[in-house]
Design a protein around this ligand. Structure first.
Ligand SMILES: Nc1ncnc2c1ncn2[C@@H]1O[C@H](COP(=O)(O)OP(=O)(O)O)[C@@H](O)[C@H]1O
Ligand SMILES: [Mg+2]
Length: 229
């Protein structure tokens, strides 16, 4: 089973948004998805509560890690050992800390979301160093991709181009599809809805967001499949 962690010590880099959008797209594509909220802020937990509160069926398994009384590794193993899921997505907290480090013991793949700011790129490098360290600790490869989020769909900024060039120069693997900046990716959190629900509500911009989300999810599947078969 795939355990995919979203990691970037920088808060606001798009981890939580990417986690939910990806979980919804993969579930819609027929994958059996679970999502684990490791951030004490509990943004995903709030989404699930609101969605369920309306009587909707949340399309993925869910749990959250709230306090250090819980055993994080056991929590992850519970999902893996249940045999009920194809993929578990971990939304980690802003500051890479104990929880994230422990979660790495069961993590098979990592995505490092970042938008096109130099601050975030620097934090992404920290994330890559952490992964490399974890590979040494756990004595196995942990494949990762940098993921550009919140990028402008129409215009490639100078900052963006510069960052892409830096990544290429440093041989940093980048996912070919970006999660571009779209309002519905915020609105799903505001209203506790899926992109499909927003679309049926008549929100026109949801359709383009769904298209991007699906292409993004396909690209993530491509990354995961790379090391297999
Ligand atoms: N692709 C996107 N399109 C529009 N807004 C986004 C996108 N990704 C993130 N955001 C917004 O950016 C902010 C930070 O994103 P979030 O996913 O919470 O980051 P993190 O979990 O890394 O702290 C939130 O307000 C979120 O709505
Ligand atoms: Mg978050």
């Amino acid at each position: 089973m795939i355990v995919l962690a979203l990691v970037n010590p920088k808060g606001g880099s798009g981890k939580t948004t990417t986690a939910l959008v990806l979980a919804l797209a993969l579930a819609e594509a027929g994958q059996r998805v679970a999502l684990l909220d490791l951030d004490p802020a509990g943004n995903l937990a709030a989404w699930v509560e609101e969605n369920q509160g309306r009587g909707d069926k949340v399309p993925f398994g869910f749990d959250r890690y709230e306090s250090s009384d819980q055993n994080i590794v056991k929590l992850i193993s519970g999902f893996v050992d249940s045999g009920k899921y194809d993929i578990l997505i971990l939304d980690t907290e802003g500051a890479a800390r104990d929880t994230t480090t422990k979660a790495f013991s069961r993590t098979t793949h990592v995505l490092i979301p970042l938008s096109d700011s130099p601050q975030e790129a620097r934090k992404a490098i920290v994330a890559i160093q952490t992964i490399t360290e974890m590979e040494d600790v756990y004595q196995r490869p942990i494949p990762y991709r940098v993921v550009f989020t919140r990028t402008n769909a129409a215009i490639k900024t100078r900052d963006y181009k510069y960052l892409v060039e830096q990544m290429r120069a440093g041989d940093v693997p980048v996912l070919p599809v970006e999660l571009v900046a779209r309002q519905p990716y915020k609105t799903i959190f505001t209203e506790g809805k899926t992109l499909r629900q927003l679309e049926s509500d008549g929100l026109k911009s949801a359709t383009k967001a769904i298209e991007n989300a699906n292409r993004f999810a396909e690209s993530v599947v491509g990354f995961i499949m790379e090391g297999e078969g």
